[in-house]
Design a protein around this ligand. Structure first.
Ligand SMILES: Cc1ncc(COP(=O)(O)O)c(C=O)c1O
Length: 400
């Protein structure tokens, strides 16, 4: 089926001949799969016969989602996990030994920052942060003889940094290292990191892929040997498996992913354009804007800039709080990538563990407001932010 195109694969790929067959992939809510006899059990365990062994590393519903994601990300294989963080933790565990190092942009989701900085340090592994990730020289300078891989989140959450994937992949190759890309924000509907040289792609499927805030999930997409190595290895002893029900929810999400991403992009572009002109807004981080420093590099590797954006309010932290609390349509939550528009204050929530100094280095001031633009009517989204900004505007004019 893989010669078919993206939108067809997103709906059909990986569906087996289930018995009885069904339009919707059946949910195999079971951790074990009884065998006909001892011979069959042994053959399945030795991979001489297709079949399933135990739910921590294989399940028919989850397998459909894995096959579909591998096809969409154009990798040989994929392994689903219980969350995006579980995917990143698992692939790190697979690639690193105590004493090893790896290189990462510091423009990453706060949980990823914590895992790299603290979680892997506890395993005896050191992250070499690239604090100016737009500079290829800075990446090169961070590589040491102990480096095992390079990691880039592109676009990044919440600053919308975009890495030059072909240049990073060439640098990684020059040093004999794999490049791992977190493609959560664009999804494969908008960006295919492996076509730009990345070796492994990781996702929080909790976000746009699921699309409605109903299930946590993650996925690692990459070469079959690497992915199946995880399945036979640390997937078994760490146990970060995706539940069959969550795989089913994600399969439903994939069916409409492409269409949803188009609308996410157009709504986000409209909001970013409006915010850029607003007198109370100091700057807007949305790489779809022509004025954005990542517009040019991003334009070469994405089909659209997705719908995560952030903006820095002129004024104080209290003004940011006034805006957030005045929003009526937008939902105030620590999430992104859903049909509903979500507003978040990263410095005090998702990225608070980074501390003041690291937040400053990563370009996340207390006046930064993040918005994950949803699928509602564009005019209603714009009207909501207008009225919330007016609250600060009127406070400023009253005070003045
Ligand atoms: C870019 C990115 N990667 C990974 C994660 C972690 O995903 P999860 O919440 O599914 O563990 C997030 C969460 O926000 C994210 O934004």
């Amino acid at each position: 089926m893989t010669d078919r195109r993206f939108d067809t694969l997103a709906i059909h790929e990986g569906h087996e001949d289930f018995a009885p067959d069904s339009m919707s992939t059946p949910i195999y809510q079971s951790v074990a799969y009884p065998y006909a006899d001892a011979k069959e059990a042994a053959e399945i365990f030795r991979a001489e016969k297709p079949g399933y062994t135990y739910g921590r590393w294989d399940n028919p519903t989850v397998r459909v989602f894995e096959r579909r994601m591998a096809a969409l990300e154009r990798t040989e294989a994929a392994l689903a996990t219980s969350s995006g963080m579980a995917a990143i933790m698992t692939l790190g565990h697979q690639m690193l030994e105590a004493g090893d190092e790896f290189v990462s942009s510091n423009r990453v989701y706060g949980g990823t920052f914590g895992l790299f900085d603290e979680g892997f340090r506890k395993m005896g592994v050191k992250v070499n942060w690239v604090t100016t990730p737009e500079s290829l020289d800075a990446w090169a300078a961070a590589v040491t003889p102990r480096t095992k891989f390079m990691f880039v989140e592109s676009p990044s959450n919440p600053g919308l940094f975009i890495g030059d994937l072909p240049a990073l992949a060439a640098l990684a190759k020059q040093h004999g290292l794999p490049l791992v890309a977190d493609n959560t924000i664009c999804t494969p509907a908008l960006q295919l990191p492996t076509t730009h040289g990345a070796d492994i792609v990781v996702h929080s499927t909790t976000k746009y892929i699921c699309g409605n805030a109903s299930s946590l999930g993650g996925i690692i997409c990459g070469p079959a040997e690497f992915v199946e190595g995880i399945r036979q290895g640390c997937q078994r002893y760490l146990g970060p498996a995706m539940s069959p029900f969550n795989a089913w929810l994600n399969l439903n999400g994939l069916e409409t992913l492409s269409l949803r991403m188009e609308r996410h992009c157009s709504n986000a572009m409209a909001l970013a354009t409006m915010l850029e002109k607003h007198p109370l807004v100091g700057s807007v981080n949305y790489p779809g804007l022509a004025s954005n420093p990542f517009n040019a590099v991003g334009g070469k590797q994405v089909r659209g800039f997705s719908s995560l954006m952030s903006f820095v309010l002129k004024g104080t932290y209290d003004d940011a709080v006034t805006v957030i609390d005045a929003l009526d349509l937008m939902i105030h939550a620590t999430h992104l990538g859903t049909a509903k528009t979500i507003v978040t204050h990263p410095a005090s929530t998702t990225h608070s563990a980074m501390g003041e100094e690291e937040l400053k280095k990563a370009g996340i001031p207390p006046t930064l407001i993040r918005i994950s633009v949803g699928l509602e009517d564009e005019a209603d989204i714009l009207a909501d932010i207008e009225q919330a900004l007016d609250k600060v505007g009127s406070a400023v004019s009253t005070a003045g």
